[in-house]
Design a protein. Structure first.
Length: 134
């Protein structure tokens, strides 16, 4: 399975999905001009990854990390879709770990993590980090 790497831009997050390390990361800002076009490739990769994982003879946990400074409401729908597409990994022996990393002075960022956790009914590690220096 090939990794998926998309460099961050002013409007899109960095996507670093590495099947070798079983770490899927989304980092940065998400407000793409073409949200559907941006996230479609990511969702297709996740479908293939989940199918690939089902064929592997491993109990290796998959770490899904979100570290978003900002995302718009349409991006939020795609973040939820990403988590939902990864749900089969959790169903197969709890092999999915989700980290929601937010700036510790960003209550809204923390609340989004808690809301997505409640909606998906999956365990999240909601982790604060110090705010970015200006």
């Amino acid at each position: 399975m090939e990794p998926l790497h998309i460099n961050a831009t002013k409007y899109t997050p960095e996507i670093d999905f590495n099947p070798e390390t079983f770490h899927l990361q989304i980092v940065g800002d998400s407000r793409p001009e073409d949200t559907v076009g941006f996230y479609q490739k990511i969702l297709q990769w996740i479908d293939a990854f989940v199918a690939w994982m089902a064929q592997q003879n491993t109990q290796q946990a998959v770490l899904l990390t979100f570290q978003l400074n900002y995302f718009n409401s349409i991006s939020a729908k795609y973040l939820l879709a990403i988590i939902n597409k990864c749900k089969p990994l959790h169903a197969e022996g709890g092999r999915l770990k989700i980290e929601w990393i937010y700036q510790d002075d960003d209550e809204e960022g923390k609340q989004w993590g808690e809301d997505l956790q409640a909606i998906t009914q999956l365990p999240f590690d909601i982790l604060p980090i110090p705010p970015l220096a200006d």
